[in-house]
Write a protein that binds this ligand. Structure first.
Ligand SMILES: Cc1cc2nc3c(=O)[nH]c(=O)nc-3n(C[C@H](O)[C@H](O)[C@H](O)COP(=O)(O)O)c2cc1C
Ligand code: SF4
Ligand code: SF4
Length: 364
């Protein structure tokens, strides 16, 4: 059994999988369900001074795969209910780390931060729609609540890194990256109407499609600051957790995958993570933190690619040949032929090979 434990700002998480803020954390009962499935922590649905009233419908599939659009607002429960019923119930039941999501302005956070910590939240996660609200909100949270404060940032902000810096200066103990991305729009072609209600039918994209953006943001933060990072966006399988940690995350949060696949996804993903680490001879997930960062550089390398081809694992499916826009590749009777005069070394053929029979082996 590999060591999956993560220690974040002095708080111990028994594994790196936390359920992020959203419908799966709408109250204590929902959070307890996630903990029972194995999640080490949960971020509450965002708590503000005024309960939300959501447009209907406000969650829809963005496509046939693992992506969602939502126009869901913050928590529809009154803050008083979180303070006097939901968080105390979680504290009394135990079983996971309670992270209270609080926003969206310094004024809200000023009122709510200390009572949330007193009610039993182990950590706070400050969130806002506006980047300019973040540092002031973090500052008041740090001044009033005696628990670690994370700042949740959005890749929608052009001043994302400046906001991270401002939040860290304001005392943030770590960064959660990223929120869902948008605005985005999906139309039901049968009804000709937007899939979501709300202004213009616009919503926010989450799931597998945003993972590469989340990975990039986490890496950008990890390259600049030595702070704990909770990586969130498109975590759908164990390998995604490994990738996020290699980009610099200390632990991850997920929402779209457990929402689409049901809470059983949590236990299955943790089991597969343990198997992956064991099969790669890695004793502790924390060993992998930032493992990809030394390979990120501002430079550019244009030398031609070399490939390794394994006829034993090749199924002759022809995908590598089909995707070559330059007609440079052929597979026949378990022989791979590449016309080097046509090949542009784009790398796509190896990246679509389903069995790993064709791999990039180096540079000429
Ligand atoms: C339906 C839905 C509601 C969400 N509500 C909140 C929220 O109240 N507060 C918040 O900080 N993030 C909220 N999020 C964003 C998620 O916590 C997460 O940052 C985002 O979905 C990316 O992760 P994922 O791709 O694993 O879903 C919501 C996401 C979804 C899908
Ligand atoms: S690297 Fe690109 S151009 Fe070269 S064979 Fe593969 S797909 Fe074709
Ligand atoms: S994609 Fe992979 S498995 Fe399919 S033909 Fe090419 S090398 Fe073989």
């Amino acid at each position: 059994m590999a060591d999956l434990q993560a220690r974040i700002a002095g708080v111990v998480f028994r594994n790196p999988l936390i359920i992020s803020s959203g419908p799966l954390t709408f109250n204590a009962e929902a959070i307890l369900k996630a903990w029972r499935q194995g999640a080490s922590g949960a971020v509450t649905k965002t708590i503000t001074l005024h309960p939300a009233v959501n447009p209907t419908p406000h969650i829809a599939r963005a496509d046939a795969v693992g992506n969602l659009l939502n126009s869901e607002k913050w928590s529809d429960l009154p803050a008083e209910q979180w303070l006097h019923e939901e968080i105390p119930a979680l504290r009394d039941a135990g079983g996971g780390v309670i992270i209270a999501s609080v926003g969206h302005t310094a004024a809200d956070v000023q009122v709510l931060a200390a009572p949330l910590a007193e009610a039993g939240a182990h950590m706070l996660e400050v969130v806002s729609y506006q980047s300019a609200d973040m540092a002031p909100a973090v500052r008041v949270a740090k001044a009033s609540a005696g628990v670690p404060v994370f700042a949740k940032v959005s890749a929608n902000w052009p001043d994302l890194l400046e906001t991270v810096e401002a939040c860290l200066r304001a005392g943030a103990d770590g960064i959660t990256a990223i929120d869902s991305i948008g605005p985005a729009l999906a139309i039901d072609i049968e009804t000709r109407r937007p899939r979501l209600a709300g202004p213009w039918g616009f919503g926010w994209l989450s799931g597998a499609a945003i993972k590469p953006i989340a990975i990039r943001v986490v890496a950008e933060i990890a390259l600049r600051w030595d702070v704990p990072i909770l990586g969130v966006g498109g975590i759908a399988k164990a390998e995604d957790i490994v990738e996020m940690v290699m980009a610099g995350a200390t632990a991850v949060q997920a929402h779209t995958a457990p929402l689409l696949h049901g809470p059983g996804w949590i236990g299955k993903t943790l089991k597969r993570l343990d198997e992956w680490l064991e099969s790669h001879g890695i004793a502790s997930l924390s060993e992998l933190r930032g493992a990809a960062l030394p390979y990120l550089s501002a430079g550019e390398d244009s030398r031609p690619l070399e490939f390794a081809y394994n006829p034993e694992t090749c199924t002759e499916c022809g995908r590598c040949v089909a995707v070559c826009a330059y007609g440079a590749l052929g597979v026949d009777d378990k022989r791979m032929m590449r016309d080097r005069t046509l090949c542009r070394s784009c790398g796509l053929c190896a990246s679509v090979c389903p069995t790993g029979a064709l791999r990039i082996s180096g540079k000429a």
